[in-house]
Design a protein around this ligand. Structure first.
Ligand code: NOJ
Length: 740
């Protein structure tokens, strides 16, 4: 079960590989120590995600040969100017690598990554990354700091919008596809960019969901929950990894030898580039694990971290550290070799300007094809949380009231991390419905930040009361999730609850459309609002994609990649939890317990243990049944494959898409095992009345975990295969035994 890491060099055809290796070694032998250290120094050109650090002027630094890469370059003109300085005017003439956070689209903005993961469709993730790479590479970007692969179970953390949710397996499959999409087959092609798996590792476990907060993880949780998506990226050949800001075992990830040198480089075999996060080397001082920048630089280079994003620690300290005999020069050489290999793989030595073609840029951005791809992904990312009485899709021909500032807010549709996204490119829900629904009336009802004035409320109630149905857009502003956007309360901000309740009171059927970057705690809405469609921040094609679902042009096929809590007090709440010694699965939670057998259980007095909407949940406009689930054997050995056949039938009267979900449960292990774990899934499109059989092959690798012997192994014994519509909606359970 070793991770099959594919290095950048392994991905090159033999001849190019030899050329790159030779070029890199020649350069290394020619560079002075100062120049080598300069390569490891990354500076910021424009937009900053933290205090600007260090005092080096970017232009001067590039000219002096003291900079190896630059992030956040504004445009092609600036990119070309920097590259000219590096190649034509610096002493060594080594081209720069230019980096940007291209997270969910470059100019054509796609749904936020959490939304995209709700498609449960790796092809969609690959497609959006492919389009993003095509546009970014045409805009002078060589290197994207994506994908974020942080597994997180905390809806308070703003960065859950950036990754693929709470589950290691779904995250791994989606992240693997994103790397494929960004990097393609040839990094030197003019439509691919270097990807970066981040944030290594465990950042998603920030305590209390507070950004940049402490992380305290067991090794087992690290390996079983947080590591799998990174392993998937390494297998897909990701060329760089970014250190997390967080601690592991009380040592910051950037200087953590156990994490970087031993686990990532040693055990997982990753020998390409590791870049710090923004000033994360400098933050060793704040963490109190280094007394000064010199000590921080020493610790980070020794841990195996190569490139210093903006802290200046390497630039100011590494030369002295080597000259004083504290740091071995071979460590510097190794890090520089990795960066130069990246430059070679990107084809920058042959043509440092190959990404700077204005004409290509004008042809490649926001094309019709790209918009169409954005619409496809946005269609598949929506999750129908509830649909009482089949309110959706909306009937033809009725009067529809559309309410909510977000329905008309182009900028919010882009979400956080929007690269070159432009609100002017967005088609809003209001614009689309105005075109496609004849009897549409729009009324604002609330501002995009959720504030509702008396006048707005009155006008909205009046309009909704006289309509046949209402669509109410509620949620967060885009800046309420993303980096540095933790929220302690994850209900709808402002007065949106009061607005929705007043509109439901009118008696007109109300469908709420949610725009948000995280799971929300909306139990009151789940109780009172007949239909709720989760649209996340859907990108430039927000309006058309949502209208396609609201009007029944397509079936809502998204499923939740992260549980929605009943209330913040349940967090972290996630499906693949461990059992406790006092499970409360069947407890009656309506009455305060008096029977000691009911009272002394792992439960709350005031809310259920279960989330409001579980991982994997999502309704369709039709219904599905699993008519047959079977295993091809009752036993398997570690070398055998077990086949799970699932026959799924569309039992409704419309075409639709079911996401067949296969979970495993290992009832007894040497360490406590989760109640279930996702191991396979597949999207199945079925016409009304049609059925299909899907087969999934399981091997011992699927049964393996980090055992009490501190190794990955599958332990013999009984296992359950659970096939379901969602983690809380298991339709069939079959058992088999792993025998020696
Ligand atoms: C800090 C963020 O944590 C990281 O994800 C991002 O890539 C860098 N800033 C650069 O913008």
């Amino acid at each position: 079960m070793e991770t099959q890491t594919r290095s950048l060099l392994d991905q090159l055809p033999p001849e190019r590989r030899a050329e790159v290796e030779e070029r890199v070694e020649t350069l290394l032998s020619e560079l002075t120590l100062e120049q080598k250290v300069g390569q490891l120094n990354q500076l910021n050109a424009d937009f900053a995600t933290g205090t600007a650090v260090g005092d080096m002027d970017v232009e001067q630094g590039v000219l002096d040969g003291d900079v190896g890469s630059v992030l956040n370059v504004a445009d092609l003109e600036e990119a070309r100017a920097f590259q000219e300085l590096a190649v034509e005017e610096s002493d060594h003439g080594i081209p720069l690598v230019l980096a940007l956070d291209v997270i969910h689209g470059h100019r054509t903005i796609f749904p936020i990554p959490l939304g995209e993961a709700a498609s449960w469709n790796p092809e969609m993730a690959e497609l959006s990354a492919r389009v993003a790479a095509t546009e970014a590479a045409a805009s002078g970007v060589h290197w994207t700091f994506a994908p974020s692969v942080d597994v997180s179970r905390d809806a308070r953390w703003g960065r859950v919008m950036e990754a693929a949710g709470e589950d290691p397996y779904l995250s791994a499959e989606i992240s693997r596809a994103r790397v494929r999409g960004f990097q393609g087959e040839d990094l030197a092609a003019d439509d691919t960019v270097l990807a970066c798996a981040k944030h290594y590792v465990g950042y998603g476990a920030s305590e209390a969901g507070r950004e940049y907060n402490t992380v305290d993880l067991s090794e087992t949780a690290l390996r079983e929950v947080h590591l799998p998506p990174f392993e998937a990226c390494l297998e897909a050949g990701v060329g760089s990894v970014m250190n997390a800001f967080s601690l592991y075992d009380r040592v910051p990830a950037s200087s953590n030898e156990e994490l970087v040198r031993e686990l990532l480089r040693g055990e997982l075999g990753f020998d390409d580039l590791v870049v710090s996060d923004w000033n994360s080397f400098g933050e060793l001082l704040e963490h109190g694990v280094a007394g000064d920048l010199r000590d921080a630089a020493r610790a980070c280079i020794e841990a195996g971290s190569d490139v210093d994003m903006v802290s200046g620690a390497y630039a100011t300290e590494l030369v002295d550290l080597v000259e004083d005999g504290v740091v071995d020069e071979s460590l510097v050489d190794r890090a520089v070799r990795r960066l130069l290999t990246v430059k070679g793989a990107l084809g920058l030595f042959e043509d440092p300007y190959r990404y700077f073609d204005e004409e290509r840029r004008s042809r490649r951005l926001l094309t019709d094809d790209h918009r169409e791809a954005a619409r496809d992904v946005a269609r598949e990312s929506q999750v129908l949380l509830k649909n009482e009485g089949g309110l959706l899709p909306l009937d033809d021909g009725g009067d529809v009231a559309l309410v909510g500032g977000l329905a008309d807010s182009a900028t919010d549709m882009l979400g956080a991390w929007r690269a070159e996204g432009d609100p002017d490119d967005v088609t809003t829900l209001r614009a689309t419905l105005a075109d496609r629904v004849e009897g549409l009336t729009y009324v604002e009802g609330c501002d995009r930040d959720g504030a509702v004035s008396d006048e707005q409320l009155e006008a909205a109630v009046e309009t909704v009361a006289s309509a046949d149905a209402a669509v109410v857009a509620v949620g967060e502003r885009y800046s309420q999730s993303g980096e540095a956007a933790s929220r302690a309360h994850v209900d709808l901000p402002g007065d949106q609850r009061a607005l929705l309740e007043a509109l439901v009171e009118t008696g007109t059927p109300v469908a709420a459309v949610l725009f948000n970057g995280r799971p929300l705690a909306i139990d009151w809405a789940a109780e009172r609002v007949p239909a709720i469609l989760e649209a996340w921040f859907p990108g430039v094609e927000a309006g058309p994609a949502i209208a396609d679902v609201l009007l029944g042009e397509c079936d809502p096929s998204g499923r939740l990649p992260m549980s929605f809590p009943v209330t913040e007090g349940q967090i972290p709440v996630y499906y693949n939890r461990l059992r406790t010694g006092r499970p409360a699965e069947d407890a009656d939670l309506t009455e305060p317990p008096s029977d000691p057998g009911e009272k002394y259980l792992s439960r709350y007095l005031d809310v259920p243990n279960e989330p409001l909407y579980a991982f994997g949940h999502g309704e369709s406009y039709t219904t599905f049944a699993y008519t047959d689930v079977s295993l091809d054997a009752a036993t398997m050995t570690a070398d055998e494959t077990l086949s799970v056949d699932v026959t799924v039938e569309n039992t409704g009267d419309r075409a639709g898409t079911e996401v067949v979900q296969v979970y495993l449960r290992d009832p007894v292990g040497s360490r406590a095992r989760p109640v279930r774990e996702l191991v396979r899934f597949e999207n199945v499109d079925l016409d009304a009345g049609a059925s299909a059989t899907v087969s999934f092959d399981l091997t011992a690798a699927d049964l393996a975990f980090w055992t009490a012997d501190d190794e990955y192994a599958a332990e013999p014994g009984e296992f359950e295969v659970q096939v379901g519509h969602a983690a809380d909606d298991i339709a069939a359970v079959e058992t088999f035994e792993l025998v020696e």
